[in-house]
Ligand binder design. Structure first.
Ligand SMILES: [Zn+2]
Length: 267
């Protein structure tokens, strides 16, 4: 696990086992905000010790889940009695999909896991005015995806909406997703913390993600220019996740043409 301080009051924890995942902590005046809780109580106990080391032991903790993919909330159980914030759909997804995720990703478990859904949900935004912290719905990677903006340190926490080389798609929601990413570009941030990438100070990856989504939507992707990793993400994850939905839409013909084109790139 790598640890670094960000701005005046931010702690960034970058776990690397089983894959790079960020947890971000804001040391507020009255609360300590823990953004995402990774894969179980072991990982979160490390975060709790660091918070104590910084002199914040005993401050009420507010947990935030950026969305209900297992790697962002399995550690909620380490924060007994805490307020846990998430979009209302995030709570629904934890309740509906939590048990199955424990089975499917059993080997990713790090310590005890108690499946605890958000207990303070919101639809559009939730603000802690005195703390300069805002949570807001930002659908894209998933429909329940939400983000957090620390207006004191100008840090924007975006969950898995921004990811290299391409974001993971789960729905045919290109326009909505692009809107969310463009809205990030309008926020006055110094740092972007994404779920699975190193700390960012430039908007390049957001722009590349927008470009991918726009070209995918318009069936104008340049397959020749894609790396093996990009092709893998595009074909094995994104196309396979939304193929069925596209087949039922008016995009069926374009999809079939695209799949035909892809044949020479994948064996
Ligand atoms: Zn993730």
């Amino acid at each position: 696990m790598k640890f670094e301080k960000v701005g005046n009051r931010g702690l960034l924890f970058s776990f690397d086992d089983p894959y790079l995942t960020n947890v971000y902590v804001i040391l507020g005046n009255d609360y300590v905000f823990v953004l995402d809780t990774f894969l179980g109580n072991d990982s979160m106990n490390l975060v709790l010790s660091k918070i104590a080391e910084e002199g914040y032991a005993g401050k009420p903790i507010v947990v935030f889940n950026s969305h209900a993919d297992y790697d962002h909330y399995w550690g909620n159980g380490a924060f007994k009695n805490a307020m846990i914030i998430g979009h209302e759909h995030c709570k629904e997804r934890v309740l509906a999909e939590g048990e199955a995720s424990l089975v499917k990703y059993a080997d990713h478990q790090r310590g005890e896991i108690e499946l605890i859904p958000p207990n303070r949900t919101f639809q559009e935004t939730l603000r802690f005015e005195d703390e300069g912290v805002k949570f807001f719905h930002s659908p894209g990677h998933t429909l329940d995806s939400a983000s957090c903006y620390d207006m004191v340190d100008k840090v924007l926490f975006v969950g898995d909406n921004v990811e290299s080389p391409f974001p993971y798609l789960n729905h045919v929601n290109f326009d909505q997703y692009i809107r969310t990413l463009k809205s990030y570009l309008k926020v006055d941030w110094k740092y972007i913390v994404a779920g699975h990438d190193p700390l960012m100070k430039k908007p390049d990856l957001i722009k590349r993600n927008i470009d991918y989504l726009q070209k995918f939507k318009d069936w104008k992707l340049d397959l020749d220019s894609m790396s093996t990793q990009e092709l893998h993400r595009h074909v094995d994850h994104n196309l396979s996740a939304i193929k069925e939905e596209l087949m039922k839409s008016d995009q069926k013909e374009s999809l079939l043409k695209h799949l035909k084109e892809l044949e020479k790139y994948i064996s």
